[in-house]
Each structure stands twice: as structure tokens, then as C-alpha cells.
Design a protein around this ligand. Structure first.
Ligand SMILES: C[S@@+](CC[C@H](N)C(=O)[O-])C[C@H]1O[C@@H](n2cnc3c(N)ncnc32)[C@H](O)[C@@H]1O
Length: 276
């Protein structure tokens, strides 16, 4: 298998779990305006429509669950964080939510017409297991759709963030090993991953998303209040280094300022979809 997994799965899952418990509200506040821009494309790729039974894996505050429910689908969301499930329940009272690990879904084989996962597989210690679980709970001919971030480059927000990190930070701080956050960020790699699991007819769609901020500090603040891995990497640096990273990100935001004074940062998503 070419899908990378954590070499410290227990340590990494605990780290991610406590991270998401801590940033559940911050993620909702800073990220969902961005990730909601690819929700319709995820649902279209999974052919979610009225009457379908849909599972939203790593549902977060429930933005995909809400949109699937609005399409008339019977939707269930799972997330391993109790704090996140509480938010999802209050955001989408018409859907059902359960606290569960994406690597061990509490559903019988062949249960759902569609399984969707927005920016979730990049957070689990063993993404191959999570994708295999999605395959297992899908009915034959059911569809999966997963979204991931584009690789860091000179024209996206992760390029600015990780460029600033690499220029200033110690990247080898002592954090539990997690799989490469961008291992599915190449269309060929995402296609291969879906095929390796046993899915057929893989297809990749790239969706332009834009992160908007009123202030140049906005991106750095959003990471520190709403992300898990990048936040932990920054928090593990000395105070002067954290300041240097923040300054570098703020300086790089100049490239994204619009005439109206708003900062608009490209944050494209790749959506991989396939059939069981
Ligand atoms: C980046 S958020 C995505 C939320 C939402 N799907 C969206 O598109 O905005 C990732 C979510 O995955 C959840 N998560 C991370 N690892 C998980 C795991 N092993 N099992 C279940 N949920 C997990 C986190 O609690 C978090 O809510």
C-alpha cells in the first residue's frame, strides 16, 4: 500500500482528539466559511439527493450534513470529538450524529447510498483504514466523495503558511507522528488511493475556494484558533520564533490584498469521488 499511516497511531489519535476538542468553536468560526465553498461539489460528486441514505464522516460542525439534509437525504454524521458532535447536533437538529472514529465506523456493511468526508482523511492516523471503512459501509454501486487541500504552493494559503514555517521554525519538534498532511493533494495520488481501496471509476474535481479576511493577521489567527497540527507546530516554537512566523505570514498577505482592502487567499480543494 502506498498510503502513509502514522507510526504512532495511539499518540497521534489522542493528539488530534484533544486538539479538536479544544478548537471545535474556533474551527467553526474561522474555517467553515471556507470549507462550505466545496460542499455542493462534494454532494454532487457523491450524487446526494432526496431519499438517499448518506453518511458524513469527520462531520465537524455539520456543514455537509446540513446541505445533504436540505437536499432531502437522510443523513448521519460521525465525528470522534464530543464537543464537535454537540455543535453539529445543535446546528443540524434534523440529522443524526454519533461520536465515532472514522477508522471503525459503527455501521453494518452496505448501509449507505453515499459516504462523504470533508477534509477529514488527512487527520486520521490510518487513512487507508478510514477509506476502507467508507467502502465497507457503502451499498454496492454507492458513491464516495472526499475532499482534501491543494498542496502548498506560491499561490495558496498553505504555501504562505508552510513557507513561513520552514523559513523560521524548527520543523522537528516533538509531536506525535502523523501521515503527510498533503499525501492526497495530487490528483494522481488521490486517484490511486481510491483505486487501492477497491473503488472504481475514480474522478477528481478541483474546486476554487477563497479565504477572506478583513485584516492581514486573519490567516495566522485562524490557524492558531481553528487548526490542530499547524497550531501545535507553531505553539511548540519559542516565543520569538512564533512572532517571526506570524510576521512572515502577515507580510505575505500583501500579495492577496484587493482594492477594497479585503484579503482574498486561494485555498483550492481536491474532491475525489468513486463508486463501490
Ligand atoms: C477539518 S475538520 C472537517 C469538518 C467538516 N467536515 C468540514 O468540511 O468543514 C476535521 C474533523 O474531523 C474530525 N476527526 C479527526 N480525526 C477523526 C477520527 N479519527 N474519527 C472521526 N473524526 C475525526 C475532527 O474532530 C474534525 O471535526
Amino acid at each position: 500500500m502506498s498510503i502513509e499511516s502514522s507510526n504512532d497511531p495511539q499518540g497521534f489519535v489522542s493528539f488530534e482528539h484533544s486538539g479538536w476538542e479544544a478548537v471545535s468553536r474556533g474551527y467553526e468560526q474561522h474555517f467553515t466559511g471556507l470549507t462550505s465553498q466545496s460542499v455542493a461539489a462534494v454532494l454532487d460528486a457523491a450524487e446526494v439527493k432526496s431519499g438517499k441514505q448518506v453518511l458524513d464522516v469527520c462531520c465537524g460542525p455539520g456543514i455537509i450534513t446540513a446541505a445533504a439534509t436540505a437536499r432531502g437525504a437522510q443523513t448521519t454524521g460521525i465525528d470522534f470529538s464530543a464537543a464537535v458532535v454537540e455543535i453539529a447536533n445543535s446546528n443540524v437538529p434534523d440529522a443524526e450524529f454519533h461520536e465515532a472514529d472514522a477508522q471503525s465506523l459503527p455501521y453494518a456493511d452496505n448501509s449507505f447510498d453515499a459516504v462523504v468526508c470533508g477534509f477529514g482523511i488527512i487527520h486520521v492516523p490510518d487513512p487507508q483504514k478510514a477509506l476502507s471503512e467508507m467502502h465497507r459501509v457503502l451499498k454496492p454501486a454507492g458513491r464516495v466523495a472526499v475532499s482534501v487541500w491543494e498542496s502548498p504552493n506560491s499561490n495558496n494559503g498553505f504555501g504562505l503558511l508552510y513557507g513561513s514555517l520552514k523559513a523560521n521554525a524548527d520543523m522537528d519538534v516533538d509531536l506525535p507522528h502523523g501521515p503527510d498532511f498533503f499525501q492526497f493533494s495530487d490528483p494522481a495520488k488521490l486517484t490511486n488511493a481510491l483505486m487501492e481501496i477497491g473503488f472504481s471509476e475514480p474522478s477528481i474535481n478541483i474546486v476554487a475556494q477563497t479565504w477572506e479576511f478583513k485584516e492581514a493577521q486573519g490567516l495566522f489567527t485562524s490557524i492558531m484558533e481553528g487548526a490542530v497540527r499547524a497550531r501545535a507546530l507553531i505553539a511548540a516554537q519559542a516565543a520569538t520564533v512564533q512572532e517571526a512566523i506570524s510576521d512572515a505570514v502577515v507580510a505575505g498577505m500583501d500579495e492577496y490584498v484587493s482594492p477594497d482592502g479585503m484579503y482574498r487567499v486561494p485555498m483550492p480543494a481536491l474532491i475525489g469521488s468513486a463508486v463501490k
